[in-house]
Design a protein around this ligand. Sequence first.
Ligand SMILES: Cc1cc2nc3c(=O)[nH]c(=O)nc-3n(C[C@H](O)[C@H](O)[C@H](O)COP(=O)(O)OP(=O)(O)OC[C@H]3O[C@@H](n4cnc5c(N)ncnc54)[C@H](O)[C@@H]3O)c2cc1C
Ligand code: FES
Length: 258
Amino acid sequence: MKKIQNTYTVISNAPINTVYHRLVLDAAQLAKAVKPGQFVQVKVSDGLEPLFRRPFSIFRARDGQVEILYEPVGIGTRILTAKRKGDRLDVLGPLGRPFTMPGRRVRHIVFIGGGVGVAPFMLFSDVLKEHKAEKLLLYGGRTAAHTFSLREFNRNGVKSMIATDDGSHGVKGRVSELFGQVPLGPDTMIYACGPKPMMAAVQQFAKQNGLTGEASMEEVMACGLGACLGCSIPTVNGYRTVCHDGPVFSLEELVFRA
Ligand SMILES: Cc1cc2nc3c(=O)[nH]c(=O)nc-3n(C[C@H](O)[C@H](O)[C@H](O)COP(=O)(O)OP(=O)(O)OC[C@H]3O[C@@H](n4cnc5c(N)ncnc54)[C@H](O)[C@@H]3O)c2cc1C
Ligand code: FES
């Protein structure tokens, strides 16, 4: 897999609601190379704070531009919010193992996203636009503010359902409240990305119903290249790095500890 380190110009960087921001980069080389589920490591500051790059999924890659959907949660992401049109950003990527493309036998593709974990599914739905399978997005957020318009998914032929913890948008409860919508059978493929408890619930649901799927995992990262082992997670095959062996793993190989 070809890795690219480059500096790209910021085209825009703005909040899309009270929680999420959307960063657009002029990055033709990266847009061409990236596959759904891969991520980039962004150097948000020239100084020592924060020292390490920050990982982000690719939300969109089209017309020579790459987009990132992000939620400011700490020092690095807050620095990122201050980037303006014309600023330059040092970006390493595309990194990691992408989602497996569904084969022709797959007739139902189900994306399950929690919070900002929905990000890689936008690019995935762009790429799968012509795939004949029915596509469904089950999207969970803490409140209505932690969700955003799914029109762009719908334009890609993806049906969507939302659940919020407080019921302020869609069904009240966790995204698992929507699992009853998943078509059961060997021609269904699940792709999940979100917080660990959600991923554990998806894994359990898939196992109980004999479904196949993949999950994109998140872990705090340093090198992002498989060298420091800082992002290792347990799997049935021993410890694996999220940055190099993942972030995408099959649901069956993941081990979630209480
Ligand atoms: C493969 C991958 C893809 C990601 N894609 C996106 C994305 O598309 N959009 C987005 O908003 N975020 C994404 N993240 C999470 C993002 O990298 C973290 O939110 C970010 O690194 C936090 O940096 P910070 O300096 O703002 O926070 P810090 O000040 O470093 O930490 C703030 C809080 O966030 C927690 N945190 C930090 N890094 C992570 C992490 N990787 N996973 C979970 N919690 C973390 C810390 O434990 C702490 O509680 C992704 C992470 C990975 C590994
Ligand atoms: S961050 Fe260093 S091995 Fe993954």
